[in-house]
Design a protein around this ligand. Structure first.
Ligand code: GN1
Ligand code: MG
Length: 363
């Protein structure tokens, strides 16, 4: 959806009257807008999101998770002297954490976080360090979330074995006759099937994790560069810490964006990886198990592989899951991820040494 229906704003408790709405961010699943309101010369801004209910089958359950998580984080931050922030939901006129419009779409609204910015590619190792530390702290802060386990908003989200099996099924069915033009990628993917079992969630501690730790999902303070707020909380649920670390490396320790069309511009960046390991371990070494630490070097490969499989499967199925901006967009994303994986493979022993160095330092 490329516009925010007027009726949506009216269903929430706003400070003032809406003056403008603009599309915001570049999410591949939900639709996000920035809404400005004005009252007596004061402008208040809100982030408004349509929850894609094709992808998130239980939006109301998702919003229960969202409320619990943001309230817990908010409480923690309120007792600390910190510039860090947590997302804060704006309630609807009838007191709920979301609204439904007349077409049946689900919407939520949050205070806009001022003073933060996100990066698509890290500008420096220091920035990467701060992002990794922020995602690690996010896990640490949620370790004592009270109450029953959070809902699995997307079951098997990082079940890489299942993602591989789904990919194989799409290749076999080849619904649009597209497999012939991507034989090279299919061969590359099948040759690396063992990655599908490299992180079996059942073997690792169950933790509340973010599950979508793209670099641009953490806001960094424009002035200090420190992480101030982790955003995009739809997939926060019980899972495996390694998926968060792996996905952050996938998106941050790479010389180009996830959908870079020119694969020759894609390279794994070991010095950024080093900063990510350091930042992540600084926040998590107090609770991470040795088995988890042992898998920090393989996790980026697993996540890069998983995303490559998902993008390629979506291309073969006709772009039914991820939003696309141009024909062949999912194929470009898949090619970029496979290239990044190949580049990571050239750095395996370096990655293992870096992890060992920092793991030793924290023992
Ligand atoms: C989707 O919509 P966005 O960009 O926050 C996807 C992630 C992928 C990402 C790839 C629920 O996240 O898993 O890593 O695209 N989210 C879902 O850009 O599938
Ligand atoms: Mg997301």
């Amino acid at each position: 959806m490329n516009h925010l229906p007027d009726e949506v704003g009216q269903l929430f408790c706003l400070e003032g009257c809406p003056t403008s709405t603009v599309p915001h961010g570049n999410g591949n699943v939900n639709d996000t807008f920035l809404l400005s309101c004005e009252k007596g010369g004061t402008v208040t801004r809100y982030t408004v999101q349509r929850i894609n209910h094709e992808v998130f089958k239980d939006p109301e359950g998702l919003m229960v998770n969202f409320s619990r998580v943001t309230e817990h984080l908010g409480q923690k931050l309120s007792v600390e002297q910190t510039p860090r922030r947590s997302l804060r939901l704006i309630h609807s006129q009838d007191g709920r954490p979301f609204v439904q419009d007349s077409c049946g779409n689900y919407w939520r609204m949050m205070e806009y976080i001022d003073g933060g910015e996100s990066a698509e590619i890290p500008e420096s190792p220091r920035q990467a360090y701060q992002a990794a530390k922020a995602f690690g702290e996010f896990q640490a802060q949620l370790a004592d979330l009270p109450g029953s386990p959070l809902l699995q908003t997307i079951p098997d989200f990082h079940n890489t074995r299942k993602r591989f099996n789904d990919f194989r099924r799409v290749v076999t069915e080849d619904p649009l006759g597209r497999t012939n033009e991507v034989r090279d990628l299919i061969t590359f993917a099948i040759a690396r099937e063992s990655l599908a079992d490299a992180i079996n969630e059942e073997n690792f501690p169950v933790r509340i994790v973010h599950n979508d730790t793209k670099l641009n999902n953490v806001l960094l303070d424009k002035k200090t560069g420190e992480g101030i707020c982790v955003v995009d909380l739809d997939t926060v649920m019980p899972g495996c810490a390694l998926h968060d670390f792996g996905d952050l490396v996938r998106t941050a320790a790479c010389s180009a964006q996830e959908d870079e069309p020119d694969v020759n511009r894609i390279q794994f960046l070991p010095e950024i990886f080093e900063a990510l390991v350091e930042g992540y371990l600084d926040a998590t070494n107090c609770f991470l198990s040795p088995l988890e630490v042992d898998h920090l070097a393989i996790a980026p490969q697993v996540l890069t592989y998983e995303l490559a499989l998902r993008f390629l499967a979506d291309h073969l199925e006709g772009d039914i899951y991820f939003k696309v901006k141009r024909p062949g967009h999912n194929l470009q994303r898949a090619r970029a991820q496979f290239r990044l994986l190949a580049s990571m493979e050239e750095h395996v022993s370096e990655m293992e040494s870096i992890v060992a160095k920092f793991a030793m330092a924290v023992k």
